[in-house]
Write a protein that binds this ligand. Structure first.
Ligand code: SER
Length: 315
C-alpha cells in the first residue's frame, strides 16, 4: 500500500481507518472520500479528500487516476436494520459500491477491500463456533448483499487477478463516530448511556449473543490483511474475525463494575431481535489467525476500561 483511497471515510470505520493509515503511510498518501462533502475538519485538513458517490463508477475512477491509488477500501454500506426498512436502498448502495469498486480495481489494477459481516450468515449457519467455510443463507438484504459482495470479490480475483481481500466484521464498538442503523449498535450506545449517567433501554433480549470487536482491533485487521504476503492466503473473501462474544447482560454487568448504579431495562425492537436471532453467537476465526496472523488485543474488560476513559474525555 502506497496510495490508498478510503471510500466512506466519514463512517464509523472510515473515520478511524483514515487516521491510522495516514499515520502509517504519511498524510499525503491517504485520500479520504465520502458522499457527504466537505468532510469534517480533522479528515479534511489531515490530507487529501474528495467527494465520491460510490454508485457512480466514474467518480471512483477519477479519484484513482488523480491520486495514483493502488489500494481501495470500500466502506460504503447501509447497515442491517436500516437496509431492512428500505431494501432497495440497501441493495443499490451495497451492491452498487462493490461492483463499481471491483470494475475500477480491475481497470486500474488496484487492490480492493470491501468488508463483509456476521450479517453474511443466516439461521441455517451453525451458530456456535461458526466455521470459516459454511452455509451462508442470510435472511436480510444487508446479508444478501454481503454474500454477493464476497462472491463477486472472489470472482474478480480468480477471473481477473484483482487483489481482493476482506474480513467479516462482527459488531464494532468505538467512541469516535457512531454507527447507524445496525443490529449491533446497542453495544456502542450502552457505553454512551453509562457515561452520560442515563438509563439504557436495551433493544435486544437477554441471551442474544453476538460477536463483537473494539475498533482498534478492527483497524489492525483492515490494515494487516492487506499487507500480508498473498502467498500465505488460502481464503480471500471474507475471513471470520472476532474478539469477544457477549449478550446484553454480560456487557451491562461489565459496565456496572465502573458505574454500580447504572440501570438497564429492556424494550425489544422486533426487527433488530429477528435479525440478531439469525446471526452467529460466536465465530471461529482460526483461518484468519493462521493465514495472516490475526490476534485481537482487546477483550470485554480492557475494551470497557478504554471506552469509558475515552467517552469521559469526549462527553
Ligand atoms: N454491525 C452491523 C449491523 O449490525 C453488522 O455488520 O448491521
Amino acid at each position: 500500500m502506497k496510495n490508498v483511497l478510503v471510500i466512506g471515510a466519514s463512517g464509523q470505520i472510515g473515520s478511524e481507518l483514515v487516521l491510522a493509515l495516514r499515520n502509517k503511510l504519511g498524510s499525503n498518501h491517504v485520500v479520504a472520500a465520502d458522499i457527504r462533502f466537505p468532510l469534517d475538519k480533522e479528515l479534511a485538513e489531515g490530507g487529501p479528500s474528495c467527494k465520491i458517490d460510490a454508485t457512480q463508477a466514474q467518480e471512483i475512477a477519477d479519484a484513482v487516476k488523480k491520486y495514483h491509488i493502488d489500494t481501495i477500501y470500500n466502506l460504503v454500506a447501509i447497515l442491517s436494520a436500516t437496509a431492512e426498512a428500505n431494501p432497495m436502498l440497501g441493495w443499490n448502495i451495497g451492491m452498487g459500491s462493490v461492483l463499481n469498486c471491483l470494475e475500477v480495481a480491475r481497470e486500474f489494477k488496484t487492490a480492493l477491500s470491501t468488508p463483509s459481516s456476521i450479517g453474511a450468515f443466516g439461521p441455517d449457519t451453525p451458530p456456535d463456533n461458526t466455521p470459516q467455510d459454511t452455509i451462508q443463507r442470510p435472511k436480510t438484504i444487508y446479508g444478501v448483499s454481503k454474500v454477493a459482495g464476497e462472491l463477486l470479490s472472489d470472482y474478480y480475483f480468480k477471473r481477473f487477478g484483482v487483489d481482493t481481500r476482506s474480513v467479516r466484521y462482527p459488531g464494532l464498538i468505538s467512541n469516535k463516530t457512531l454507527p447507524g442503523g445496525g443490529t449491533t449498535d446497542y453495544a456502542v450506545e450502552i457505553y454512551y448511556a453509562a457515561v452520560k449517567g442515563e438509563k439504557f433501554i436495551c433493544p435486544l433480549q437477554k441471551g442474544t449473543f453476538m460477536d463483537m470487536m473494539y475498533m482498534p482491533d478492527a483497524i489492525d485487521a483492515a490494515i494487516d490483511l492487506m499487507e500480508v504476503d498473498p502467498a500465505r492466503l488460502i481464503h480471500r473473501n471474507s475471513f471470520n474475525v472476532t474478539a469477544m462474544s457477549f449478550d446484553p447482560e454480560i456487557i451491562y454487568n461489565e459496565i456496572k463494575k465502573h458505574y454500580p448504579n447504572f440501570v438497564m431495562e429492556y424494550d425489544i425492537n422486533p426487527l433488530k431481535q429477528s435479525i440478531a436471532n439469525t446471526w452467529p453467537n460466536s465465530m471461529d476465526d482460526t483461518c484468519a489467525r493462521q493465514e495472516w496472523g490475526w490476534n485481537p488485543k482487546y477483550n470485554l474488560t480492557s475494551m470497557t476500561e478504554d471506552m469509558i476513559k475515552e467517552l469521559k474525555k469526549k462527553l
